[in-house]
Design a protein around this ligand. Structure first.
Ligand code: TXA
Ligand code: MG
Length: 309
């Protein structure tokens, strides 16, 4: 045990050193790995967009390790934010709030708001304790599948990026993103903090879902694996699938019956299967997948897919 904790503290200091010198680092979180830079480093922030090939109109999420840090980031802290932070932080919930005017506007793509969250991962929290808040999108090239292990990040960016290894991500899907205005909560990106969980924590809030294009960067086509993914609804035979997609060289991406486990495994399965010599991936949408627990998983699968049959 001792040697592994020595190793992690050595890697933590290396990561802190790179971040303090305007660099970017791959960091573990409970959702997916992030590509991080210090919010105080202009150069680091611009490197994120460059390395990720991310368009500048897509804002980054700021990660904090304690509530005092929010002062440099937001200029308002509504009562709802306080309740939600108490209930769900550290955890997979990003709140979009009015930004502090001093915060680098590259992080927010020029918007007047900023996404902020406290990740539930001891290594990430320790790193943020050392170097301060970190801006980080998911650590994948723009539009591609998010990484849920250090190996995924390394294979995406090769030698270009140092990756702090914190094991496999427990949640496996990106955080729920919500905008807060007065007593209203708008769900911009569904995630494992569900509408029901938000409702239970804030019975007086009005909760609704944004149009799917409301969150900049959360585009129709996103999370895409290297080969096309097709969704089939209802009972279909292998013959039907082959004839519909006019190809026999496909494989089913199977989903676990538990949504929490299916979420954890989703991106790993997508990556693994698309590295095989296949022409397509198939996902079967079953009747029980219509329940609320499956919403974030099907949000990502639909965006990753080329077509639904
Ligand atoms: O779980 C996560 O959220 C991961 C880990 C690394 O924290 N991060 C992540 O970042 O998924 P990213 O950049 O891939 O997705 C963040 C999304 C953006 O696409 C953007 O739409 C939304 O959050 N977002 C960020 N700031 C926003 C803002 N000010 N207004 C509206 N949406 C915002
Ligand atoms: Mg992303």
């Amino acid at each position: 045990m001792k040697s592994s904790s020595t190793k992690i503290s050595r890697e933590l200091s290396r990561a802190a050193d790179i971040l303090n010198k305007d660099g970017v680092v791959g960091i573990p979180t409970e959702t997916v790995y992030g590509l991080a830079a210090s919010i105080f480093s202009k150069e680091g922030i611009s490197k994120i967009f460059k390395v990720k090939e991310r368009p500048s109109f897509d804002p980054l999420i700021v990660h904090i390790s304690n509530l005092h840090q929010k002062e440099d980031i937001v200029r308002e802290w509504p009562a709802l934010a306080e309740i939600l932070a108490k209930n769900f932080w550290p955890g997979p919930l990003t709140m979009v709030l009015k930004k502090n005017t001093k915060l680098n506007s590259m992080i927010t793509s020029g918007l007047d708001t900023v996404g902020i969250r406290m990740p539930k991962h001891s290594v990430a929290l320790e790193l943020i304790d050392q170097v301060g808040p970190l801006a980080a999108p998911s650590a994948n090239k723009f539009g591609k599948t998010s990484p849920t292990s250090a190996e995924h990040v390394k294979s995406e960016f090769k030698e270009e990026v140092f990756v702090l290894n914190g094991g496999t991500c427990e949640v496996g899907l990106e955080s729920t993103v919500i905008a807060i205005e007065d007593t209203k909560i708008l769900i911009l990106r569904p995630g494992m903090i569900s509408e029901k969980m938000l409702r239970d924590a804030t019975p007086h809030a009005r909760i609704s879902y944004a149009e799917s294009s409301a969150s900049p960067g959360h585009l129709k086509h996103h999370y895409q694996p290297k080969i096309p993914l097709y969704i089939f609804e209802g009972e279909v035979s292998a013959e039907t699938i082959s004839s519909q997609i006019q190809n026999q060289n496909w494989k089913e991406l199977e989903l676990d019956t538990s949504p929490a486990i299916a979420a954890r495994q989703l991106y790993e399965s997508m990556r693994k299967l698309s590295n095989k010599k296949l022409d397509a991936l198939i996902v079967l949408k079953k009747p029980n997948h219509s329940s609320a627990d499956w919403l974030p998983i099907w949000d990502r699968l639909t965006r990753a897919s080329s077509k639904t049959y």
